[in-house]
Design a protein around this ligand. Structure first.
Ligand SMILES: NC(=O)c1ccc[n+]([C@@H]2O[C@H](COP(=O)([O-])OP(=O)(O)OC[C@H]3O[C@@H](n4cnc5c(N)ncnc54)[C@H](O)[C@@H]3O)[C@@H](O)[C@H]2O)c1
Length: 335
């Protein structure tokens, strides 16, 4: 099949290109290269590589494709706080527009990279797709508003599906250390400290970034009626953790590291524990390959092999917000 992947040079997207090509698909990638120069390891190239803002795509760009997998976004809560407008324009408006273009171009399937952060301050534990949403950030709101608008486009010839992804972690050739698991591990490796910014109690669903990419491939292959116009939580049974459980895993890998609670975010209101039963029943072919332990062991090994040190921890390369702030011009904004 011919698959159009946006954000294919990102943390999750670069795994997705690799998996799609391994499965025999032809990949067109579209990415503005906001994080050019931040590569940790070489990326598997797409068959066709468009360096383009998703806001500038046309139906002609999508012609001849069987599926759009839309991952390009400002994937970052703090950026949404600093400049909510850019988050809404790219994450919501461009995503809705892209779905319309895909439909116009006769692309049958549109897979949207959503987020479990739509549950925000969870009103109860073990949240299901039909439970009330309680988004706390522009980022989370942009994901919900996209689901709402794009679902109206669904018809016999156009199948959108909304993957509400767990928080990603683990190794990627486009590593990020601004996600909770990677942050705690990279901090401990480079400073000897496990620095917890909350009180350690919030729940988060966690899934390896390559397993999130695997979910997109499973949705590509799933029978249409199973996923048609559905929002589905993406994770694995048993993959909800409290932040302090993650710290315990880091201590297991680095027994000498000291745990400190900085308290800088106080009581973190983003607290959600999520169920994945719907995914298991509708897309049984999705099989995650990592457990938190094995994913963290792999990343630990990689950090050591790369000689990850203090300058990496303090630098811009692996922290999206720091790099973005210097590249606002690429998004058509004044720095
Ligand atoms: N990382 C997570 O924990 C997580 C969790 C849930 C959902 N998601 C979603 O998955 C997707 C990918 O996340 P990620 O962690 O790989 O993010 P990332 O920041 O690593 O990658 C995003 C990519 O999109 C590109 N991009 C951004 N704006 C663009 C634009 N206007 N035009 C073209 N390209 C643009 C960037 O250059 C980058 O390569 C996002 O939609 C994100 O919201 C991520």
């Amino acid at each position: 099949m011919r698959v159009f992947v946006t954000g294919h040079r990102g943390y999750i997207g670069c795994h997705l290109v690799d998996l799609l090509k391994q499965a025999g698909h032809r990949v067109t990638g579209c990415d503005l290269r906001l994080f050019e120069g931040c590569e940790w390891e070489p990326l598997v190239p797409a068959d066709v590589d468009l360096v383009k803002d998703v806001r500038d795509l046309t139906a002609g760009d999508l012609d001849g494709h069987d599926c759009v997998m839309h991952l390009a976004a400002i994937s970052n809560d703090p950026m949404g706080d600093i400049n909510p407008e850019i988050t809404y324009r790219i994450n919501r408006d461009a995503s809705i527009n892209l779905a319309g273009l895909a439909k116009q171009a006769g692309v049958g399937r549109y897979l949207f990279s959503g987020s479990c952060s739509v549950y925000g301050a969870g009103q109860k534990l073990d949240l299901e797709e039909t439970d009330p949403l309680n988004p706390l950030t522009a980022y989370a709101k942009s994901k919900i508003q996209t689901e709402e608008a794009v679902s109206k486009l669904a018809d016999d010839g156009f199948t959108p599906a909304f993957l509400r992804n767990a928080t990603a972690y683990g190794h990627s050739p486009m590593l990020r250390i601004d996600l909770v698991v990677n942050n705690l591990l990279a901090c401990a490796v480079s400073t000897g400290e496990i620095r917890i910014m909350s009180d350690g109690s919030p729940w988060r669903p966690l899934l390896h970034c390559r397993d999130i990419a695997r979910a997109f491939v499973a949705f590509l292959h799933a029978p249409r009626e199973r996923i048609h116009n559905r929002a589905i939580n993406i994770g694995a049974p048993g993959s909800n953790y409290q932040v302090r459980d993650v710290a315990t895993q880091v201590e297991r890998l680095l027994p000498g590291a000291r745990v400190t609670f900085t308290g800088e975010v106080g009581e973190d209101p983003r607290n959600y524990r999520v169920k994945f039963d719907l995914l298991r029943s509708l897309v049984p072919d999705f099989k995650p390959e990592y457990a938190l332990e094995s994913g963290m062991e792999e990343l630990h090994r990689k950090l050591k092999d790369h000689g990850f040190g203090l300058s990496d921890w303090q630098g811009d390369q692996f922290v999206r917000l720091r790099t973005l702030k210097k590249r606002l011009d690429r998004l058509g904004m004044a720095a």
